[in-house]
Design a protein around this ligand. Structure first.
Ligand SMILES: *Cc1c(COP(=O)(O)O)cnc(C)c1O
Length: 428
């Protein structure tokens, strides 16, 4: 058959109705264990699951126990690979489950983990406070640091670089990291093995950025966000080569943080509308940006659809991304008081953390998602008290603009509260 697009395959790929009484949709396989036809089958499945022997030609891993595999997860994993053109995928009960499992699988005491800054608050905590307890050395690089500066830092640390962990765009500043630069760093520090590159693609994936094409080895998702897309499920995923995902699934088996069948089923349903939801959200975000960019109470907006031509950030954007996305970080002329006035007066847009959902959500990173990040670091990355993060949903854009404008009307600017100056990425 013709090479079909992922959106055309999301309703059928990897599922045989004849195995499920002709049902057009995969049933929820709400079962903990699976019956072996013969003892020999059970033995063969376990030999494979525990890697005791090589697979025979055409042999597939049979179903054993839902901590190891389950049809809803297998179908979901197969479908998820299509967007990123990955060989394999593993799904988890949360994005943090995916991220921590990948880090634990590939890092050992003494290794160096290099990561971009800023990173998601949960990841930030795990990397800075948990990994060091297991002897892993951790080093962050800041936006705008050059490859040469980063390589000097890594050399001076004296530790062997094992993994580079990147979030691009950064949350909530929308600062972009150049993945080809990361690949080049990894190659320059290759000894026996090349350091692995893992990218948290939650903000722009799986439609608008495909990190594997730019030299990454692993792509990580909080599937709670765009992939789930309806604010009703927590889940995560990790994608990459068959060899790497096999290692991650091995760790997942022992940590026991795989997604359950119901989560798998919900995500299968969500994937059918993923592309049209994301396209509508991006289109709405562009409308909202145009309507409010010149508003007198708005100082600036970090929006990837409006990067300045000729800047390094725009060059990275053109290479790595195919859309401006649906995340706007609005910097108000003011501080926490003004941000709270704005948030408290929104009528349609919900005041909640999370993103990528059908409904628009707004929150205040400095006091909410990034409250745990060191205050000096927050300012260094531009997470000021005047920054409000908006995830644009699928509503009618006119209603969203009406809501934002009426809430901005309620903001009373007090000049003493101006956002502190910060390292501002090259944003419009
Ligand atoms: C939400 C999020 C996570 C964590 O995912 P959970 O599903 O909440 O565990 C990780 N990275 C990014 C960028 C996120 O937005």
């Amino acid at each position: 058959m013709k090479n079909l697009s992922p959106e055309s395959l999301m309703m059928s790929y990897g599922f045989k109705p004849s195995l499920s009484e002709g049902a057009i949709k995969p049933p929820i396989f709400q079962t903990s264990t699976f019956v072996f036809e013969r003892a020999e089958d059970g033995k063969a499945f376990f030999e494979q699951a525990y890697g005791l022997r090589e697979k025979n030609e055409g042999e597939e891993l049979g179903l054993i126990y839902s901590r190891l595999n389950n049809p809803d997860l297998e179908i979901l994993e197969n479908r998820l690979t299509l967007w990123d053109q990955a060989e394999d995928a593993a799904v988890f009960e949360s994005g943090m489950g995916a991220i921590t499992t990948a880090l634990m699988q590939f890092l050992s005491p003494g290794d160096l983990l290099l990561h971009s800054n800023p990173i998601y608050g949960g990841t930030d905590h795990f990397v800075k406070h948990v990994l060091p307890r297991f002897g892993v050395n951790v080093m962050g690089f800041d936006p705008n640091q050059t490859q040469e500066e980063i390589e000097t830092m890594v050399k001076e640390s004296g530790h062997p670089l094992k993994m580079i962990y990147v979030e691009t765009p950064a949350n909530p500043t929308n600062h972009l990291v150049d993945l080809e630069m990361c690949r080049s760093i990894a190659e320059n520090f290759t000894t026996d093995e090349r350091p692995l590159i893992a990218v948290d693609n939650t903000y722009m994936g799986p439609i608008w950025q495909h990190p594997l094409k730019h030299g990454a080895d692993l792509v990580l998702y909080s599937a709670t966000k765009y992939i789930g897309g309806h604010s009703d499920v927590i889940a995560g995923a990790c994608l990459g080569s068959k060899a790497l995902i096999a290692q991650i699934k091995e760790m997942r088996t022992f940590l026991g943080n795989m997604a359950g069948p119901w989560t798998g089923w919900l995500l299968l349903r969500s994937l059918e509308t993923l592309k049209i939801r994301m396209e509508k959200q991006a289109d709405n975000a562009a409308h909202v940006y145009e309507a409010i960019k010149a508003h007198p109470k708005v100082k600036t907006i970090h929006y990837l659809g409006a990067l300045k031509e000729g800047t390094k950030q725009k060059e990275i954007f053109d290479r790595q991304f195919s859309s401006g996305g649906a995340m706007l970080s609005i910097i108000l002329n003011g501080g926490e008081k003004e941000s709270f006035q704005f948030l408290n007066n929104l009528k349609l847009i919900k005041l909640a953390v999370s993103l990528g959902s059908t409904e628009s959500l707004a929150q205040h990173p400095a006091s909410m998602t990034h409250a745990g990040v060191d205050p000096d670091e927050r300012l260094r990355y531009g997470i000021t008290d005047g920054l409000v993060r908006l995830s644009v949903g699928v509503e009618n854009p006119k209603d969203l603009i009406w809501d934002i404008e009426q809430a901005l009307e309620q903001v009373t600017i007090d000049s003493k509260n101006e956002s502190k100056p910060s390292l501002e990425p090259e944003m419009a």
